[in-house]
Design a protein around this ligand. Structure first.
Ligand code: UDP
Length: 244
């Protein structure tokens, strides 16, 4: 199938990605931008090549998950920072799964950063930038009619499956998967499908030996070169050095 890119047909532009329509209404191009934002876009930055690094990290992880039977939106890479994906009707929830304590969890519950959780902890956030993506529970989701209980169960099962696959995947590459944020949506054929991205912008990834943070916390907390961190993730996930 030939997918024609129509540069004027922007469907959506977010903080880190742009979606373009194609000649096929079921297919979309997801372009990864070089921009970085944190704290609900109050802190902004950019570095050349960031989009391409994240696009290829995400593509590699999606390919692996697809091989393991997870329904993913990813179809193929179109260019270093563009992927061809199935168009999804998104569930307006961000699903966070955590293996160790970091970020907002440690602050909220007073648990030291890095503590191992006895099981993968799942949290739900309502995808509403104007409200700062508040954490919600099942009752809030019911009141807002964001998803049925059966769909939430399906999303939870898929989230835990993705986590169970990626924890050892990263560990074999010398990385601890501390936590990650996933998003799901409906494909045209009705399949609940993993969408968005999985990379250093949306997950916390630490060196197994030194504990060095490779992910967006470098940007959030001014911990050093974000580019160096993302290149380390790329090298370990994609399996070869970044070509300059
Ligand atoms: N996360 C994300 N988008 C958000 C909020 C969180 O991708 O809008 C990711 C974040 O990078 C981390 C995980 O979800 O890997 C858990 O984030 P947390 O709740 O600790 O919030 P943060 O400390 O990132 O504000």
């Amino acid at each position: 199938m030939t997918v024609l890119h129509q540069p004027d047909a922007t469907i959506y532009e977010g903080k880190a990605k742009i979606l373009f329509a194609t000649s096929d209404p079921k297919v979309v191009i997801q372009e990864f931008k070089d921009d970085l934002t944190a704290f609900n876009a109050q802190k902004k930055g950019t570095f050349f090549g960031k989009g391409a690094l994240n696009c290829q990290i995400s593509a590699t992880l999606f390919k692996y998950l697809a091989l393991e039977g997870v329904p993913v939106h990813f179809r193929s890479l179109d260019s270093p920072r563009r992927m061809i994906i199935d168009r999804l009707d998104m569930v307006p929830l961000e699903v966070v799964v955590r293996n160790r304590v970091a970020g907002s969890l440690g602050k909220r519950l007073g648990i030291p950063e890095g503590s191992q959780l006895s099981f993968p902890l799942v949290e739900w956030y309502y995808k509403r930038d104007d409200l700062g993506d508040p954490m919600v529970n099942r009752d809030h989701i019911r009141v807002l009619k964001l998803a049925s209980d059966a769909v939430l169960d399906q999303i939870r099962t898929l989230t835990l499956q993705v986590n169970d696959l990626l924890v050892p995947y990263f560990r074999e590459r010398g990385i601890v998967l501390v936590d990650m944020k996933l998003e799901f949506g409906w494909k045209a054929d009705g399949t609940l499908t993993l969408g968005d991205e999985i990379d250093g912008d949306t997950s916390r990834l630490w060196d197994v030996v030194t504990g060095e943070k490779f992910d967006k916390d470098r940007f959030r907390l001014d911990l050093g070169s974000v580019k160096d961190g993302y290149e380390k993730i790329y090298e370990r996930v994609v399996g070869h050095a970044v070509e300059s």
